[in-house]
Design a protein around this ligand. Structure first.
Ligand SMILES: *Cc1c(COP(=O)(O)O)cnc(C)c1O
Length: 368
């Protein structure tokens, strides 16, 4: 059996007619950049989250950069970033002119550890980027307490956490700003690059809108030098077709994760495999197990046609890209350990019971 890590064709089959009709409408209307299709998605997505504003941009990395610019990041300002995330989180800080300061992650949530944030704060620290890694909500209550105590802002990196929540509050509404990626493989994905910035603050929304569009609101009234990163109509139309399905898809992801967790529990009891901690607001962008025999298990699954992945093989502080910070692996031991032990099993809404059985059987046989 061949099971990919993500199967976008299986999803397309369920929405095909709506997608092609929506795309045709954009082309007929020649509403390619921003325009009414982009606006319709921005307001639908803000409503979905219970947020006041969504500003569409070109991709998730730009969403982070533009949000940091809107928050007023200045050269040499420091931003605390988890040592385990996709590089875009750190890159955005540097691209916006600031300096990256890493913090370790917590072993249970695998998101930024509030104690690590405290340890990373200096007089130059201006904010924290909370990444809801793999779809598990970061500990926003503890982070908010630290931010308030030190006068810092929080930017949520929600690239892996569409529809995630803590109690009744949506992820993306608990920081001063939030950045979403709609990269095709994310839980809500376009058919190309797309991103969005979410905030409840009118002024931050206005600044982000201007930063992402040459420092202007009207056609040629440039108040400052900005940037060009805009949501295009075709991507917005695809996202508008998909958004009404997001809750159902999220439930399906959680059901897949529940099956994996139940079936793999005996391996965890034997100390062979660590299953991700559940949280009612976890949206399982990835289902990431941990084992000391990661590379061997990965090879065994590949052999069986199972598209397992590694997210991510290197913690940020040990990447060549951040060698200039002078860290050693043990500076952030939880992040480093995760990088060496993590393995992502396929998880998507259309994954069948038969496919799950097949994957679980191969994982169990590997340890037998
Ligand atoms: C995907 C991702 C991004 C970047 O999104 P793009 O749309 O690919 O630029 C940022 N942060 C995290 C955690 C991501 O997973």
């Amino acid at each position: 059996m061949n099971i990919p890590l993500v199967d976008l064709k299986a999803q397309l089959a369920t929405i095909r007619d709506d997608v092609f009709q929506a795309m045709a409408e954009v082309v007929e209307n020649t509403a390619f950049i921003k325009g009414r299709f982009a606006q319709a998605f921005e307001s639908a997505f803000a409503d979905f989250l219970g947020a006041k504003h969504c500003v569409g941009v070109g991709n998730g990395t730009d969403a982070l950069v533009v949000a940091l610019k809107a928050l007023g990041l200045q050269p040499d300002d420091e931003v605390v970033v988890p040592a385990m995330t996709f590089i875009a989180t750190g890159e955005a800080v540097t691209a916006a002119g600031g300096r990256v300061a890493f913090a370790d992650i917590a072993p249970d949530t695998r998101c930024i550890d509030p104690a690590g944030v405290r340890a990373a704060i200096t007089p130059k620290t201006k904010g924290i980027i909370a990444v809801h890694l793999y779809g598990h909500p970061a500990d926003m209550r503890a982070l908010r307490a630290i931010a308030d105590e030190h006068g810092l802002w929080i930017l949520e990196d929600c690239a892996q956490a569409h529809a995630a929540h803590i109690d009744e509050r949506a992820i993306g509404t608990m920081g001063e700003m939030a950045a979403f990626s709609f990269f095709p493989g994310k839980n809500l994905g376009a058919y190309g690059d797309a991103g969005g910035i979410v905030t409840n603050d009118d002024e931050l929304a206005r600044k982000a809108t201007m930063w992402a569009n040459h420092g202007r609101i009207g056609k040629y009234d440039h108040e400052f030098e900005g940037y060009n990163s805009r949501l295009d109509g075709l991507q917005a139309a695809v996202l508008s077709v998909k958004l009404p399905h997001l809750r159902g898809w999220t439930e399906s992801r959680r059901a897949v994760a529940a099956q994996y967790s139940a079936k793999l529990a005996p391996l965890q009891d034997k100390g062979l495999l660590t299953i991700p901690q559940d949280h009612e607001g976890h949206v399982y962008h990835l289902f990431v197990v941990q084992t000391d025999r990661r590379d061997e298990l990965l090879a065994a699954l590949k052999e069986a046609g199972i598209g397992a992945g590694v997210h991510y093989p290197t913690a940020m502080h040990t990447m060549p890209a951040y060698a200039y910070l002078g860290h050693v692996a043990q500076d952030f031991p939880v992040a480093d350990k995760l990088a060496h032990t993590c393995l992502s099993l396929p998880v998507y809404p259309e994954l069948s019971e038969e496919q799950i059985e097949y994957i679980v059987a191969h994982v169990s046989n590997f340890f037998a």
